[in-house]
Ligand binder design. Sequence first.
Ligand code: NAD
Length: 360
Amino acid sequence: MEAQIVVLAGDGIGPEVTREARRVLEVVAVRHDCKLVFEEHLIGGASIDVHGTPLRDEVVARARASRAVLLGAVGGTRWDELPVDRRPEKGLLRIRKELGLYANLRPAAVFPALAQASSLRAEIIDGIDMLVVRELTGGLYFGEPRGIEVRNGCREARNTLVYDEHEIARIARVAFIAARGRRRHLTHVHKANVLETSQLWMQVVEEVARDYPDVTLAHQLVDSCAMLLVRDPRRFDVIVTENLFGDILSDEAAMITGSLGMLPSASLGDGGIGLYEPVHGSAPDIAGQDVANPLAAILSAAMLLEHSLDAIAAAAEIREAVTAVLAAGHRTQDLLLPGEQRPTVGCRAMGDLVLAQLGA
Ligand code: NAD
């Protein structure tokens, strides 16, 4: 199998962590009979500096022609003064939109070696393994009308929460399919006691559920879900929810597992192209120092193999290698507990350790 992969390393630590993810991908893919052809392009501030825009049409076209996009991160203080529509983040929003990526998948699993890093007690987080499927292109963040205006001398702000049944059904399908590949339990998170949009979500998710009788479905109010995530997180397998609830809950679910440097994500649509990126940003405070943790990017590469190339075994191999490297005690500086004294490794060295664990 041959697949074109577009690498958009971006700004700050983006190039450092994606370089390690690409090295790991190259080694693992060959072993699983995937021939990956990489091409690198600029996005974000790096593209603004060279081309005056955070994302060129040519790059969008190359991404459209690819199987998957591996992205680092965008942004940095250097570009903070630019008008909002020319900032690095616009490049990221545009590529997601152009590729029609409406489903954001954020796994939250605990690596046993890092269990101490959670703010929750070890017995509560032991064995957490959940996936938050967030709707990414609809809801309150995109609804019209929106804006701030002055009426009768009083400032008034407005946003619109709107979903149609097709938008709900397609994300529900992504979540049911994901649940099928896991423990077959799906929780739909809503606020149907006060929101009509949530009532429609309930109806449509129930309708879609008829096609997935092997998956058990539960509905959970968003406020109680937020409480359950810290009280009894192990009860969750796959969570599906709308954009705003998903934005908040996916961060909550992720942080109970430990460090920002460990969290991968995938964004999927109907076009067959996936975009894979670490959850963290460009971390300008540590950029260029070879101290960034590349594991979130490496785990994003594992998601790429799983979701875009159906290479489940290859993805599992990467996750096992990361687990083993952590279990052997290796840490980048962000993974140290407050006051913990132990030698740390840099970004490149952590990549080397994962590669060595993979036998490369
Ligand atoms: P950030 O995630 O970049 O950094 C937050 C803190 O976590 C920093 O102290 C940083 O050093 C640390 N950190 C993050 N990733 C790390 C890693 N892999 N290894 C070790 N430490 C790591 O968030 P921020 O500081 O709020 O934002 C910095 C810039 O990144 C801003 O311009 C923001 O707009 C941008 N950003 C981009 C994305 C994206 O590209 N998807 C996401 C979030 C923020």
